[in-house]
Ligand binder design. Structure first.
Ligand code: ATP
Length: 378
């Protein structure tokens, strides 16, 4: 594979103060009657970025995309593309195209006619259309399928036709609303990589809407996590996962353990937290003041489970193995602490035999480092 997926180390215009924003949502609000679907939202997307809008059903992500496409106008605020205010510009005159799911293909038309459709409507000369369609077929590796109808293709192939059709007009920005929603899991994963390759090959800006966090994490350079018409955090997948700035984001992306407590003491580098039952943990990077109610959020893979208290552990809490799920590549333990909290810990099954086998109802220790998680406001 040519690309390195979403980990493009040299691509981070959002960290460059000189980089010019490409798409700007500037205080955008959208109301439907007295319901606010998007609430005074500001967001910047850069040229050639693969940007994901991630959120639960109804959070306003599709509405945001539809406003960028021109199918809806904001109630307040501005949307700029390359510095130009898009207000009043109809969808077909915006350098933006929306890719619809593959069931929106014309069933009675061949693959090549599906791809050529928009170009014909635009009045492109016949020879140019033929050349463009051939280029597109090559791009999505469907040259041998040009004469087939959609029902003679697999789900993944149909998806590639939909993609070819939507990039045939060479839009500068491609908008994708749940593009892989109709595909099964395996095919979806393959197609995610294809989409990433294609985006880099064409040098386009992609804005994708999804409610699937894994999909967003796999494909996007940056993710905006939305809730109730607002953006909760915009960051790279790694930042969103490792450094969520709120309880909402920590919960929304991946699994997380939340240790609740009060800041008992702060030193230069560490914060000592006392839980409700008096258990203490020591954590790094806590900005909260003494006495503040906080949460220490720790991902399951940062927690170790062992039958004995690890001698070197700064934080070790005792409990009982409550549940074990063997997932092949890893094992997930649920440990019920003596204060009742259930802690989720995952261990990679790198060796075939574990040296410290634990089973149901065993006494166990969960331990983690002071820098294993993040301190969040409660
Ligand atoms: N034309 C409309 N009239 C009234 N309400 C609308 C309209 N379009 C969207 N809404 C409401 O705005 C909210 C946001 O809708 P939107 O489609 O943006 O959500 P979404 O995050 O994309 O959700 P989903 O993943 O379910 O598509 C929803 O509560 C929806 O009911």
């Amino acid at each position: 594979m040519k690309s390195l997926g979403s980990i493009r180390r040299d691509f981070a215009p959002w960290n460059d103060p000189k980089a010019k924003p490409y798409i700007q949502f500037d205080g955008v609000t959208k109301r439907f009657g007295d319901f606010t679907a998007v609430n005074s939202l500001s967001l910047t997307i850069f040229e050639r970025e693969f940007f994901a809008l991630l959120g639960a059903s109804g959070c306003g992500k599709s509405t945001l995309l539809r406003m960028l496409a021109g199918f809806e106008e904001p109630t307040a605020g501005r949307i700029l593309l390359d510095g130009q205010d898009l207000r009043g510009i109809p969808p077909y005159r915006r350098p933006v195209n929306m890719m619809f799911q593959s069931y929106a293909l014309f069933p009675h038309m061949t693959v090549e006619n599906n791809i050529a459709f928009g170009l014909k409507q635009e009045g492109m000369p016949k020879l140019d259309i033929e050349k463009r369609v051939a280029d597109m077929l090559k791009l999505v590796k469907l040259e041998q399928f040009a004469k087939r109808k959609p029902h003679q293709l697999s789900g993944g192939q149909r998806q590639r036709v939909a993609l070819a059709r939507s990039v045939a007009k060479r839009p500068k920005v491609l908008l994708l609303d749940e593009p892989l929603g109709a595909l099964d899991k395996k095919l979806r994963e393959e197609t995610q990589f294809e989409l990433m390759d294609l985006q880099q090959e064409l040098g386009l800006t992609f804005v994708v809407v999804t409610h699937d966090q894994e999909e967003a994490m796999t494909m996007a350079d940056r993710i905006a996590i939305m809730d109730k018409g607002e953006v909760m955090q915009v960051a790279t997948p790694a930042e969103v996962y490792e450094a969520p700035t709120s309880r909402f984001v920590a919960h929304f992306v991946g699994n997380v353990n939340m240790f609740e407590g009060k800041v008992a003491e702060r030193t230069d580098k560490t914060t000592r937290i006392t839980g409700a039952t008096g258990a203490q943990i020591v954590v790094e990077n806590g900005a909260a003041a003494t006495g503040a109610d906080i949460i220490f959020a720790v991902r399951p893979e940062k927690i170790r489970v062992s039958s004995k208290k690890p001698a070197d552990a700064v934080n070790a809490l005792e409990g009982e193995v409550y549940d074990i799920a063997y997932l092949g590549d890893m094992t997930v333990y649920h440990v019920r602490l003596d204060d009742g909290q259930i802690v989720r810990a995952s261990a990679l099954n790198a060796a075939r035999v574990t040296e410290d086998p634990l089973t149901w109802n065993d006494r166990a220790w969960v331990s983690f480092r002071p820098d294993a998680g993040v301190v969040l406001a409660r």
